[in-house]
Design a protein around this ligand. Structure first.
Ligand code: DLL
Length: 442
């Protein structure tokens, strides 16, 4: 069923919760928090055990402030309970699974009930409406379809908005540009770096962005800066909006910018944000920078209580000019762990390490270099090999290189350029090894 929306996109009925008076919003949050804590306590062994260790029961959550006494959920909890250990609903009620990179070779798995998918669609409709998209828009969805949440999350939201969706998925720049132009696309969804790449390639392939009908970009899934936004807007003539999300919480649509472009509003009626000191775990003062912690207030398949995102940001409490009462996160400045994002794919150095060490001849000394060429990310991995391998024939070296390439690609789903180097060439560090050199200019 198509939802109603007015044609100038100023207000969509689904956006009503964005404007709830704060006392009403807080009381809705508390009510939802209490029932989600009860669900997690009843259904998720790990959560119940951690609560019991502290001598707490769901009844101890009497105010929203009590949330800060509850145990955190970490990415390692998802890894340790792989694949389905944190599910709170029986498999028969789970209608969708997605997955995202874990810190080792195994991904982390996330689940949705039908009701959860409804919430996801709802926040995506509100995301589009917030940046002025509406029924009748033609949305090119260049986020990857598959286990990654970007493709399907955006897809169902755009359909429910009443827009026309083009499910083109990622890659194939030439075809993306042709569709942008020939189909009269009015909005595009992809990573900001991929849009820069499209923008760079446009003139070569006869596409003048300023002559297109395109007016908005919904960009996220990786860090980007205000200067990148300015560059995109100046060179393409579109408005570039920041969308934030993560698989563990739902996917895209945890937070989205409105037309004021003052940082993504968190859809707080479904996701409760806190900012903590990443070292001590203690909540920071209002407006201070720290690690974003999110609690899902309605998720039935896999409730996340105080999930540590590792994303460093701050929360803006001041009233936005759009009138939304939802707090805003500021741009994600960095992460408190070593995950990096290449072409929208999350990668941990430890995944690359395990891919390398699976192959005989590779040594545990490696260095990852990230560069960006015409908007496209490149991933180079230099790895030291044993002296025996190094003195081997060229053919043997090439074979090893091929094996390492393959091992990395099957582990992280991305192609890297592997370079074999002699033992003891890479710089040794006295403390924590510096594995990643990021030379990308945002
Ligand atoms: O990237 C979901 C998504 C899809 C968001 C499409 C936006 C658009 P994951 O693959 O689980 O999910 O990666 C989540 O990506 O913890 C951040 O570190 C980073 N990230 C996502 N959005 C932004 C953003 C999707 N707007 C991880 N700015 C998060 C900076 C972002 N970093």
């Amino acid at each position: 069923m198509r939802s109603v929306s007015n044609s100038n996109g100023a207000f969509h009925p689904a956006s009503a919760p964005d404007f709830l008076p704060l006392p009403q919003l807080r009381s809705l949050q508390l009510q939802r928090l209490q029932s989600i804590v009860q669900l997690a306590y009843d259904q998720v062994g790990l959560f119940r055990q951690r609560m019991s260790e502290r001598g707490w029961t769901p009844r101890d959550v009497e105010t929203l402030e009590d949330l800060s006494k509850l145990p955190f959920t970490l990415k390692t909890d998802l890894r340790d309970t792989y694949p389905f250990g944190l599910f709170a609903s029986p498999m028969k009620d789970i209608v969708r699974l997605h997955a995202s990179s874990g810190t080792t070779g195994k991904p982390i798995v996330v689940a949705y009930t039908q009701e959860d998918l409804g919430v996801w669609t709802n926040v995506m409709v509100r995301s589009f409406a917030a940046c002025g998209l509406h029924e009748g828009d033609i949305i090119q969805n260049a986020y990857g379809y598959g286990l990654f949440t970007g493709g399907l999350g955006v897809h169902y939201g755009a359909e429910a908005l009443g827009a026309t969706v083009i499910p083109i998925s990622g890659g194939n720049t030439q075809r993306q540009l042709m569709v942008l132009k020939d189909f009269g696309v009015t909005a595009i969804c992809c990573t900001p770096s991929y849009f820069l790449h499209l923008l760079d390639q446009g003139p070569e392939l006869g596409v003048d962005f300023k002559a297109l009908k395109l007016r908005a970009g919904v960009f996220g899934a990786e860090p980007w800066t205000e200067s990148m936004r300015q560059r995109i807007q100046a060179n393409s003539g579109i408005k570039a909006y920041d969308i934030y999300g993560l698989s563990e919480i739902i996917g895209p649509g945890v937070a989205m910018e409105c037309q004021a472009q003052a940082g993504p509003h968190v859809f707080e009626d479904f996701f409760y944000p806190e900012i903590i000191d990443p070292v001590t775990g203690v909540p920071v003062a209002e407006g201070e920078e720290g690690e974003l912690v999110l609690t899902t207030l309605s998720k039935k398949a896999m409730p996340m209580i105080r999930y540590r995102t590792r994303d460093i940001t701050s929360l803006a409490y001041d009233r936005c000019e759009c009138g939304r009462t939802l707090r805003r996160i500021q741009r994600i400045a960095r992460r408190s762990d070593d995950m990096f994002i290449v072409r929208g794919v999350n990668v941990y150095p430890s995944q690359i390490e395990s891919a390398l060490l699976r192959i005989e001849g590779a040594l545990p000394h490696y260095e990852i270099t990230l560069t960006r060429d015409q908007g496209l990310d490149n991933l180079e991995v230099q790895v030291e090999v044993t002296p025996e391998v190094f003195t081997d024939t060229v053919g043997a070296l090439e074979q090893l290189q091929g094996q390492l390439n393959h091992s990395i690609e099957t582990t992280i789903g991305l192609r890297a350029q592997v370079r074999l180097v002699q033992p003891r060439t890479l710089q040794r560090s006295e403390g924590k090894a510096k594995r990643v050199i990021d030379q990308r200019k945002l």
